[in-house]
Design a binder for this molecule. Structure first.
Ligand code: BGC
Length: 634
């Protein structure tokens, strides 16, 4: 096959440029684009037309991982152990170094098409196979609720919704759909599922957790992973372990950011530790081959240097796959410098280091530490054997371009939308139903609130960009192909004889108010907040005004909450007759909500986490509503 490099090298160059301009995650994690990298990309994009697509070195045929490792130099082994970011690694660099993996990133709006992603991945693979070592690489990405870095792909509900839906079979189907869509992009490694069991709703990653109950997390994380793996995608449960237990006020201060909870210290009893290890054990039994370490500490020891617990994963639970570090996390360990932290992380049992920027230095530190004996040859061989073994297992030594794998569904298939819709429908939780949970046929409904007409709010963080966006901030609908709640209701209004009113002057002519409030999209520590009230620091602009308007109308009020956690609503609920918690239901969320409100589907969702009346109650576990609650079942 002949292939020109021009088009996708141009795509990488654009990606580099866009990323440098707009990727907040990278800015906040001190990533800058060096002029050398920009130059490399630009010069490549003007000249290259490649020859035949390279294939796997035939010498590797039939060799075991150990045998392949035995043929590699220490530099080649160390290169396998690092994962740099797509916005730093140019094609020439990849050909010269053959890094073990490349990590995706966010920050493109509009997002790349799946074809553009596919070209990027394909060309890196060509570079690897042209390199001296000729070991295929793996491309990793956070497809945490759909292929949320590719344009137009369905955006599934976030994990907190999946916990509310609690439908393991459908969660398996979600895994298959995400895996199938990933195959079109060429990305074979998904940094998902997040199996944190969030214990404190003030943590910004609460919506990435299925539940605060580890058993429920297991019931859903296992089928999701199995679904992904059935398509040939590597699942990567994260973050090992206990990140949902990080205590309020212990968040990490690093890179100029002081965090409230995120990356903090998890205080866990032996029972809790064992229960969480069992969760990972169940995932290992299900066949997961990669696990990501948590940014947090466990009872005072950074997980990235926690040899004992990582050792238990291997020794007690038989994990033979790749342990990967989290983004730059080893930089914040206890060593005096990065070199010391590299040594300690690898000696603690981490096989691959996610180093978006410092991958070359880190590779050199590994080589150097091997020469001084600070990292033993045995440990390096163990790490690289694990990496190569996973690559063999996933078929990359026979089919490095993943050409022989057929995705089960079309890209962004109707079926994936059906699964996303059904999961969103099943995840809606009635918290109160005094005025029922549907809009009576024949009603005039005043629809208000900043969550009513916003596709970005329905999807939350990790949507196209790390932080996601509201439609308001984006200037137009943020999520392609999604209906807002208002649009979806308008689409079904006639068939249910419902009149939708949004003109405030007509409020007195209406029968009821549908009040749509919510949180701004956020990711990681940006969502940590001491004030998780629906009018607090992360509340959508306009929540308070809409709440006031509904109250002053004196009309029956049904409130929809679109948020990444059980936000505090105690000050307002006396004025609300019915309340539906929608969490972050994704790009089919508007349609799901409209279906539920018009009686086209049943409410079957239940709370995946306790609901507190006040943040003061969190420490005492003095909740308003328990896990498993739905007003419908009362
Ligand atoms: C997050 C991980 C994510 C990684 C790569 C980290 O900061 O903690 O969940 O997989 O970045 O984007």
């Amino acid at each position: 096959m002949k292939k020109t490099k021009l088009i996708s090298t141009f795509v990488i160059a654009c990606l580099l440029f866009q990323t440098a301009c707009s990727n907040a995650k990278n800015e906040s994690k001190s990533t800058t684009l060096s002029s050398e990298q920009t130059t490399t990309q630009t010069s490549e994009s003007t000249s290259i037309t490649e020859d035949e697509t390279p294939s796997i070195n035939p010498d590797y045929e039939g060799m075991s991982a150990e045998e392949i490792v035995a043929t590699l130099t220490i530099e080649q082994k160390a290169s396998q152990m690092v994962q740099g970011a797509v916005y730093n690694i140019g094609n020439e660099q990849m050909e010269n170094n053959d890094f073990g993996s490349v990590l995706s990133t966010y920050g493109n709006v509009p997002a790349n098409t799946f074809e553009e992603w596919h070209d990027i991945v394909f060309e890196y693979q060509e570079d690897c196979l042209r390199s001296e070592a000729g070991i295929p690489f793996i491309y990793g990405a956070d497809s945490v609720h759909g292929v949320n870095q590719a344009d137009g792909c369905v955006i599934f509900p976030h994990n907190i919704n999946i916990g509310a839906a609690n439908d393991p079979d459908l969660t398996y189907e979600m895994g298959v759909c995400v895996g199938s869509d990933m195959l079109y992009t060429g990305m074979r490694w998904d940094f998902a599922p997040c199996v944190a069991a969030s214990q404190d709703p003030r943590w910004g990653r609460t919506y990435e957790s299925y539940s605060s109950d580890v058993n429920l997390v297991e019931q859903l994380a296992v089928p999701f992973s199995q679904g992904l793996m059935s398509e040939g995608i590597l699942a990567c449960p994260k973050h090992f372990m206990g990140d949902g237990y990080a205590q309020y006020g212990t968040g990490e201060a690093s890179d100029g950011v002081v965090r409230l909870i995120d990356r903090g210290n998890s205080v866990m009893t032996d029972d809790e530790i064992n229960q969480n290890l069992e969760l990972y054990g169940a995932l290992v039994d299900a066949g997961v081959q990669t696990i990501m370490i948590s940014h947090t500490s466990l009872n005072g020891t950074k997980m990235h240097e926690n040899q004992e617990i990582i050792g238990r994963l291997r020794d007690e639970y038989g994990f033979e796959g790749i342990v990967v570090s989290d983004w730059n996390s080893i930089h914040n360990c206890s060593g005096e410098d990065l070199r010391a932290n590299v040594i300690s992380a690898i000696n603690s049992g981490i096989d691959m280091l996610m180093e978006p920027d410092d991958y070359k230095d880190v590779r050199d530190y590994i080589v150097d530490a091997a020469s001084t004996g600070e990292i033993s040859e045995e440990r390096i061989d163990d790490a690289v054997t694990r990496i190569i073994r996973v690559k063999i297992n996933m078929g990359l030594f026979e089919d490095p371009y993943s050409e022989d794998i057929t995705p089960t569904y079309d890209y962004n298939s109707d079926y994936s939308h059906e699964v996303a819709l059904q999961l969103a429908e099943e995840s809606l939780v009635p918290l109160r139903d005094d005025a029922g949970t549907t809009i009576p046929d024949g009603s005039r409904v005043f629809v208000t609130g900043p969550a009513a007409d916003d596709t970005g709010v329905l999807c939350g963080g990790w949507t196209y960009t790390w932080m996601g966006s509201t439609d308001v901030a984006n200037g137009s609908d943020f999520v392609n192909g999604a209906n807002s709640i208002l649009d979806a209701l308008k689409a079904v209004a006639d068939e249910h004889d419902i009149e939708i009113v949004t003109d405030e002057d007509q409020i007195s002519t209406c029968d009821m108010v549908l009040l749509c409030v919510g949180e701004k999209p956020y990711a990681e520590w940006n969502g940590d907040s001491e004030d998780i009230s629906i009018t607090g620091s992360l509340a959508l602009d306009g929540n308070a005004e809409a709440i006031e308007l509904a109250k002053n109308s004196g009309l029956t009020t049904m409130t929809l909450i679109v948020a990444g956690r059980n936000v505090i609503i105690d000050n307002y609920i006396d004025n609300w007759d019915s309340i539906i918690m929608c969490y972050l239901p994704g790009s089919e969320g508007g349609n799901a909500i409209a279906a539920a409100l018009t009686g086209d589907c049943e409410y079957t969702g239940t709370l995946p986490m306790p609901y507190y009346s006040s943040t003061n109650d969190i420490a005492n576990d003095n909740y308003w509503l328990p896990i498993g609650y739905s007003a419908i079942n009362e």
